[in-house]
Design a protein around this ligand. Structure first.
Ligand SMILES: *Cc1c(COP(=O)(O)O)cnc(C)c1O
Length: 421
């Protein structure tokens, strides 16, 4: 828009083409001011699950806004937060009995890290080392950047980031190296927590690893008294085929972070779930053991009501069936790319499909990224590659025909932009 004063996220304004204005969203589509529409193949940065503006969630927002707005959540409570906490405890892996609200994925992770260190301090056995997985992403705040992969995104802030220990990504055939490394680091009992994105590393390039690795990591963590933090901010709410990715490994982490799909992708809300042991470590007549954290909009009632509507949609509509059908179509679509020299490492976990485009100039900042984005946008498709990684992470309302069209477009992009050998 001309005359704009808006500084956009992850946007280099000096080279960015004109930024389209969206005036309406519906289902799998963004409607532009010029009257055309764009198929949202990445769920607007992974937040939209059922589709944009699901009527039931919109209604819950409208209804709740007529009786409640933000209320202070220290010393006061409200029904949407109470009911949502009960629902989350019953839906999450069993053993996560306490729900702490915040308002974004990053804050949910910050809360998780603080809970972990608070736990060890309060039980009188302080630990502060954090172990992370190579190529991870946990947010853009100082703490979450510290536990995420270092690179061009955070080079300027590096002096502020705290040190962590990194275990290698469990690439196919190298899973044991990851487990051995973690065991070696954790064995002396000095590690407070291992933080992982279960099954799929999102921003790190939609890297996927099997559930067996997650259950082994949990086993090693438990043996060394290390807490396991599962960052399900992206993977939660069906993305990987099950409600939470941890479900596929039958793993209950000590702390679980959820946000993005929590409200179906309508308004910001996050929750950090913790075991009773972690809550009990903070439960004391000694006020110094209080969990000292809040954000102004914690447990916003309207956002909690939107999340409750999301839970009801999961309960009353055939969402699991939609997720299963979408997952099957993605897996079938992947077959088309077997033997296609433009792509390597085709992979699917649940509803997420990813392929590495074999381009001559591939890094994240290479020109190929913006060119691919423009290529898809010209075709009315919102696809936003991570460097040379092309992925589809669509809302569950996408039709078979729309998904086929996306697979066609990716094939075409391979012909256009793939390295000519
Ligand atoms: C998006 C994301 C975050 C950060 O969430 P924000 O709401 O953007 O702060 C954290 N962890 C993972 C795995 C994510 O994908």
């Amino acid at each position: 828009m001309s005359g704009s004063h808006v500084w956009h996220p992850f946007t280099q304004h000096a080279v960015e083409p004109a930024i389209p204005e969206i005036v309406r969203t519906e289902g799998a589509y963004l409607h532009k001011a010029d009257g055309t529409r764009v198929l949202d193949a990445i769920s607007s940065w992974w937040v939209v699950t059922h589709g944009h503006r699901h009527p039931r969630i919109v209604k819950a927002i409208e209804t709740t806004a007529s009786s409640l707005d933000q209320i202070i959540f220290a010393g006061f409570t409200h029904e949407p937060a109470e009911r949502l906490a009960s629902e989350l405890v019953s839906l999450a892996p069993s053993g996560l009995d306490w729900v702490f609200y915040s308002d974004s994925g990053s804050t949910a992770v910050e809360v998780a890290l603080k809970m972990a260190l608070g736990y060890f301090r309060n039980i009188g056995a302080p630990r502060s080392r954090i172990v992370v997985m190579e190529n991870s992403y946990h947010g853009d705040t100082i703490g979450t950047m510290s536990v995420g992969a270092r690179g061009v995104f955070n080079a300027a802030y590096e002096p502020l980031l705290f040190n962590v220990d990194t275990i290698p990504f469990p690439a196919a055939g190298k899973e044991q190296e990851t487990l051995d490394r973690f065991e070696a680091i954790a064995s002396d009992g000095s590690v407070a927590a291992l933080i992982v994105e279960p099954l799929v590393l999102g921003a790190g390039g939609m890297l996927m690893y099997p559930a067996s690795v997650l259950s082994e990591l949990k086993r090693i963590a438990e043996a060394s008294g290390t807490l396991l933090i599962a960052d399900e901010v992206m993977t939660g709410w069906g993305r990987t085929g099950t409600l939470f990715a941890c479900d596929q490994a039958s793993v209950t982490p000590d702390i679980l972070c959820t946000s993005k799909g929590l409200t179906g992708g309508t308004i910001p809300l996050a929750a950090t779930l913790a075991t009773d042991a972690i809550f009990q470590a903070h439960y004391s007549a000694d006020r110094r053991k209080t969990f000292f954290h809040s954000s102004s909009y914690t447990a916003n009632p309207i956002a909690c009501a939107a999340a409750l509507a999301n839970v009801e949609i999961w309960r009353d509509e055939p969402v699991a069936e939609r997720v299963a059908a979408l997952s099957a179509r993605q897996a079938a679509g992947l077959k088309r790319f077997e033997g296609n020299p433009s792509f390597t490492d085709g992979r699917v976990t649940g509803t997420i499909l990813a392929l590495d485009l074999q381009a001559d100039n591939a890094g994240y900042l290479a020109e190929i990224g913006p060119k691919l984005r423009a290529f898809f946008l010209d075709r009315g498709l919102l696809v936003r590659p991570l460097g040379n990684v092309l992925y589809l992470l669509p809302p569950y309302c996408i039709t078979a025909e729309e998904l086929d069209g996306l697979h066609d477009a990716i094939e075409e992009a391979g012909e256009r932009f793939g390295a000519k050998t």
